[in-house]
Design a protein around this ligand. Structure first.
Ligand code: CA
Length: 228
């Protein structure tokens, strides 16, 4: 049994030498690996085992890899999927909206390259998850995916910049952000001329938060922090 600390990768591939190679390389990297050689068994394993990523061959007995992926997506399952394909002309289709594949690699391929792709895909998925995580401090809740803020469950209207500023402060409650840092991450530039724009926007956000304004605390001489 491999170490599953990095999570389980499901490999659905009917060519045993390729499957064995993938198992070897992925498990060396610390992934747990489940291999299925039939598309239907693969679909069942994906639903049952909830892998962190799927590596799907396309031409499979039982159910094609593309159909397997389409059925997962139809279930609302957006587990990252990398397709193994022998044909360049399939690429547009497998990465298209209908099938929702995340990446592909053409056969013959280097197993090392496949492992690199799996890791990159998981990194991207983690960044996305972090960015879309709902944040809260005291009575304030912020949902990045919906770009919505509520205070004591009442919706609050913020400008785009005010929203991004609050989202950044709430990304790590308790952490102190310097004005320069906020300017660089929220406004996307650094200023030698000063950081007054940060203070002005913080004041505007506080005014809109009303009684909840204390969730943004000024750290004298440093910057701002969100109190959990
Ligand atoms: Ca095959």
């Amino acid at each position: 049994m491999s170490d599953v600390s990095k999570g389980l990768v499901l490999v659905v591939e009917d060519e045993r030498p390729i499957a064995d190679l993938l198992r070897l390389y992925l498990s060396r990297e610390g992934f747990g690996v489940q291999v299925e050689r039939d598309g239907l068994a693969g679909l069942d394993a994906a639903r049952r085992l909830r892998p962190v990523a799927c590596v799907l061959d396309i031409a499979l007995p039982g159910l094609e890899g593309t159909e397997l992926c389409r059925r997962l997506r139809a279930d609302g399952d957006w587990t990252p999927v990398i397709f193994l394909t022998a044909r360049d002309d399939e690429i547009d289709r497998i990465l298209g909206l209908e099938l929702g594949g995340d990446d592909y690699i053409t056969k013959p391929f280097s197993p090392r390259e496949l492992v690199t792709r799996v890791k990159a895909l998981l990194r991207r998925a983690a960044v996305h998850e972090e960015a879309s995580r709902v944040r809260a401090a005291g009575p304030v809740t912020l949902d990045p995916a919906r770009r919505a803020v509520t205070v004591w469950d009442r919706p609050l209207t913020l400008t785009a910049t005010e929203f991004d500023l609050l989202a950044h402060l709430l990304s790590r409650p308790g952490r102190v952000f310097t004005r320069e840092e906020l300017l660089a991450t929220v406004w996307g530039y650094t200023s030698h001329g000063g950081t007054r724009t940060v203070d002005v926007h913080v004041a505007q956000v506080r005014a809109k938060l009303g009684e909840a304004s204390r969730v943004i605390r000024t750290v004298r001489g440093v910057g701002y922090t969100a109190d959990a």
